[in-house]
Design a protein around this ligand. Structure first.
Ligand SMILES: CCCCCCCCCCCCCC(=O)SCCNC(=O)CCNC(=O)[C@H](O)C(C)(C)COP(=O)(O)OP(=O)(O)OC[C@H]1O[C@@H](n2cnc3c(N)ncnc32)[C@H](O)[C@@H]1OP(=O)(O)O
Length: 379
């Protein structure tokens, strides 16, 4: 950190003082040679002989940061004065058949939009089938630049789109920002549900009333349904220094891997068969996690439909000395189960809001109807 303090003088006073960059300046391709270097496989292997998706989340997080460093590279400086942190995993959509731990994987990506201090990064992942790399997933992350000590914001280089395709990507980045603001301003934490959503909840409530008693209190579960309160799993992690990033905070990819693995276990025990991840969405990194913190993860099924399970993981930290818990992230994962899954029923008003939030996240997934049956992505 002492060394990083000295980098302050390289920080720009305004964005105009920074040279614009092109999308190809940050474009990178990285090979994960699972096929050609078998000693790597152990780290990525599941017991079903597929690839651990939690490890892929870690790799995407590191790659996103690396891409942003390329975008902001100062050719005359040995070290970047910026601290680049993950602010948001906007979306990860799976578009692939099966992930083999015995075939090479390729990642690629570049900065697709910039604001003043934030950058949107688009990444893709491919796996070798025969002699061709086939698409596996598309990811959109938002990274934020901070000063060299990660104490305040720092400007990023402007981005100039060079072709109609790049202009479209840039425009999409702008639209994504607007969509995020709209999504968060209609959050159920701020606004009442819509009329249609209220009807959904009231109908669910009515379907749980015992017809034998004329009472709002006696609740009975409909057939093939589970109370939401019985769909929870919790875990605790001690954030050891091994998991720290280059800025001495806990690595975002580690938090995602832990949350994902708990979500997978929750979906597995709820659905009673192997779940496959279909989408990850709207993971906001609200606060950094300090090394040495206790990380409490609570996972819960909040919405289901046919074979789909929507899982929400809430993460909180507390220091060893203080008992007070602070929320650091909320994670949303969509899984597809091998078999049809039970319905999940909220009992309380709070659970009803979780249900509607889960439904909103499920519906925001790009086209569940287009999902294929041959996903094979494991914890
Ligand atoms: C040299 C090469 C080395 C390569 C090494 C590679 C491997 C490296 C691997 C290491 C990997 C290390 C990686 C890790 O492990 S990072 C570890 C995981 N991430 C964190 O710990 C981050 C925790 N969160 C925070 O610190 C704050 O909440 C941040 C800093 C993110 C925002 O704080 P704050 O809210 O106070 O900031 P602001 O209001 O001034 O806004 C600032 C800008 O940010 C934009 N914004 C904010 N939130 C969001 C959002 N949710 N969606 C979209 N955008 C968002 C906002 O629009 C504005 O943009 P702009 O209008 O200025 O453009």
């Amino acid at each position: 950190m002492e060394e990083r303090k000295l980098l302050h003088s390289f920080l720009a006073k305004s964005q105009d003082g920074l040279p614009p960059r092109r999308m190809k300046d940050s474009y990178i391709e990285v090979l994960l040679p699972l096929g050609s270097e078998p000693e790597l496989r152990e780290k990525y292997l599941t017991v079903q002989n597929t690839v651990r998706f939690g490890r892929i989340l870690e790799d995407l997080d590191s790659l996103g940061v690396l891409i942003c460093y390329m975008h902001n590279k100062i050719h005359s400086a040995k070290m970047s004065p910026l601290s680049i942190v993950t602010a948001l995993v906007d979306k990860i959509d799976m578009c692939k058949k099966s992930l083999s731990p015995e075939q090479d994987i390729k990642f690629s990506g570049h900065v697709s939009w910039v604001g003043k201090t934030s950058m949107e990064v688009k990444m893709q992942m491919f796996q070798l089938h025969g002699d061709e790399f086939c698409p596996v997933l598309d990811a959109t992350f938002v990274m934020v630049a901070r000063d060299s000590e990660n104490k305040g914001p720092a400007f990023v280089n402007p981005l100039i789109p060079e072709s109609p395709e790049e202009e479209e990507l840039f425009r999409q980045g702008e639209l994504n920002k607007g969509r995020r603001i709209a999504f968060s301003s209609t959050s159920l934490l701020k606004m009442a549900p819509s009329a249609e959503e209220r009807t959904t909840i009231h109908e669910m409530f009515l379907s749980t009333l015992d017809p034998k008693t004329i009472s709002f209190r006696s609740r009975v579960l409909p057939p093939n349904a589970v109370w939401m309160e019985n769909s929870k799993l919790k875990s605790l992690e001690i954030c050891h220094p091994q998991e720290r990033n280059i800025f001495n905070r806990i690595f975002g990819g580690f938090l995602m891997r832990k949350a994902y693995e708990l979500a997978w276990a929750t979906a597995c025990s709820f659905g009673g068969s192997r779940p496959f991840v279909v989408a990850v969405d709207d993971i906001m990194f609200q606060k950094p996690v300090e090394v040495g913190s206790l990380l409490f993860l609570s996972s819960q099924v909040c919405f289901t439909q046919n074979n789909y399970i929507q899982v929400r993981v809430h993460s909180e930290v507390a220091s060893l000395q203080e008992k007070e818990h602070t929320t650091t992230n909320v994670f949303h994962f969509t899984f597809m189960s091998e078999k049809e899954v039970p319905l999940v029923f909220p009992k309380t008003y709070g659970e009803s809001m979780l249900y509607l939030d889960g439904q909103r996240h499920f519906n925001s997934m790009s086209g569940p109807a287009t999902l294929r049956k041959d996903y094979l992505v494991e914890p």
